[in-house]
Design a binder for this molecule. Sequence first.
Ligand code: TPP
Ligand code: MG
Length: 595
Amino acid sequence: MSAPTVAEHLLARLREWGVERVYGYPGDGSNGLNLAFHADDAPDFIQTRHEELAAFAACAHAKLTGEVGVCMATSGPGAIHLLNGLYDAKLDHAPVLAIVGQQQRMSLGGSYQQEVDLATLFKDVAGEFVQVCMTPEQMGHLVDRALRIALSQRTVTCIIVPADVQELEFAAPPRAHGAVQTSLGYRAPVVVPPDDELRRAADILNAGAKVALLAGRGARDAAAELQRVAELLGAGVAKALNGRAVISDELPYVTGPIGLLGSKPSADMMDGCDTLLMVGTSFPYSEWLPEPGQARGVQIDLDARMLGIRHANECNLVGDARETLRRLIPLLERKRDRAWQATIEDGVRRWWEILDERAHIAAQPLNPQLVIHELSARLPDRAILLADSGSATNWWARHLRMRTGMDAALSGTLATMCPAIPYALGAKLAYPDRPVIACIGDGAMQMLGINGLIDLVAYADRWRERDPRLVVLVLNNRDLNQVTWEQRVLAGDAKLQVSQNLPPFDYAAFAAQIGMEAIRVDAPEQVGPAWERALGCGRPALIDAITDPEVPPLPPHIRHEHAKGFARALLKGDPESARLIRQSIKGKLAEVLMR
Ligand SMILES: Cc1ncc(C[n+]2csc(CCOP(=O)(O)OP(=O)(O)O)c2C)c(N)n1
Ligand SMILES: [Mg+2]
C-alpha cells in the first residue's frame, strides 16, 4: 500500500477523532481532499446544494451533539460561501472545523484565478485557529490542534490546504529541532468555582425573597439541577431562545421564552424579582432583565468572557452549569414562603390559556399561531425542533410546549435566515432514530431553503428504516414579515412593499416534484390532519401553510414605544392598515379578556 497523501492523512485523523461525516461541496481547489474520500468509507462525504448549507449542517451537528461538526469547500468562491454558517457556529459557541482548498503554492501572490487571501478572510470567524498547511509535516499537528481548539474553546477553526499540498505524500515530523509532535484526543474538564464563591452565591440566593432563574443553552445537561434549584428557592425559570429545550415547559413554574419573542410570565417575573440567577446564557437584551439596582445577581458560565455583561451581578461564577449547580444545591435553603412561586405559576397557567386563545383567533386564511399550536399538541417524544429567523420564530418560541427528551436549535445569536433546513439534515444524520421538524418562512425558503429540500430527499434513505419522520413547515405569508413588523413597530414606518413583498412560489408543488409528501393548508380545520399526515407518511414531508401576514408578532407587553411606533406606521399610510388594526385588536382583546 502506498503512503497516504496529506489529504488522506487528514481524513484518517478525522476518523481517529471520531468524526463520522464531512459536509461539503467539491471544486478543483479541493480535488485532493475530495479524492481522499476514496481511501476509506469513513468519514462520509455529505454533499449539500450550497456550501452555506454545509456549514449550517456542520453547525447543527455541533449544537445538537456537542461534537465537532466538519465542513469542507474549495478555494475562493466555495470557501466564501461557508462564511455565514461558520459565523452562526462561532456566535452560538458551537465547535466547527472548516477545511478549505487554496490555489497551488507556486501561484500564490500571482493574482491567479480564484486566489483569495483565505487566511485573512477566515481570521475573524476562525480567529482562535486558522492555518495554511504549507508542507506535509504540518498536517499532523494542524488537524489535531484545529479539533482540540474547536472543542475546548467551543468555536470555529479552519485549515487551508493548497491544492498541490493536498496531493503530496504525508510525512510524520522528524525528531529534530524545529519540528512539532502531536497527539490525539480531548475530554472537557470539570470546571467548578471555588467553595467560598459558591458560598457567596448561596448567601445571595438564600437572602432573596423573589428569585428568578434564566437558563440558556449552557444549561442543556442541567435540567434536573435547575428543577431542584427552582423548587428550593421557590423560583420561576425563564429560558433564552437558544436554551429553548433545557427544561420542560410542562413544569408549572417554567415561564418559557424571554424578550421580544418571549412570554408575559417571563417579563412579569423579571419585572418583579429581587434576585436573578443566570445559568449558561448570554441573552443579550438587558431591557428584558431587571432594572439596574432592582435585583441582586448571580451568574454561572463556563466562559469567563461571557460573565457579568448583561446584568450587573454581585457574583460571577466560572463553571460548568450542572457541576456548579450540584455544588450549590446543598448550600441552598428551602424557602418557606411559596407565594412568589405560586404567583408565577398562576401567570404561567394564564399565559398558556392566552396562547390558546391567540391561536384560535380567525385570520386570512390561516393564523400562523394555530399552525404551531396544532403541532405543539402533536409533538412526538424525543423530537428535534428547528427554527429559522423570521416571524415564525415568535410562534416557535412561544407556542411549542417542549417536554423532557426533546431538543431544539436555531441561529440564536447571529439570527441569520436559512439554517432550519440544513439543520434538519444535520439533525437527521446525527440522530436517524429521532423525529425532526423544521419551521421556516417563505423568504428563507426562496433564499436557500428550496435548495436545501433537495438534500433532505437525497439522504432520506439514511434514516428511513430508523425513523422516517422529517417535516418542514413553511409559513407562506408572501412577506418578509418579521422585518415588516419591525418597520412598523420599532421604526414607526409603514410597510415598504418593494422591499417586503415576496414573489409567489408553489412550495408544495416543488416538494412533490422532488418526491416529498406535499401538503398545502389554507383552512383551520386542515391544520391538525396535515400534521398527522406529515408525521405519519414515512418520507420527508412539507406543509405549505398559507398564513396571514397581518397577525402581529407582538411582544409580551406592549411597551409605550412599541405602541407609538405602530400608531405612527398606521398614520404613514401602511398599505394594510385596516386589516392590521382589526387583527391587532383581536389579539390584544383576547389577552385583556383573560386577565
Ligand atoms: C441572511 C439574512 N438576511 C436578512 C435578515 C433580516 N431578516 C430577519 S427576519 C427576515 C424576514 C424573513 O422572512 P421569512 O423567511 O418570509 O419569514 P417571516 O418573517 O415572513 O415569517 C429578514 C429579512 C436576516 N436575519 N438574515
Ligand atoms: Mg414570510
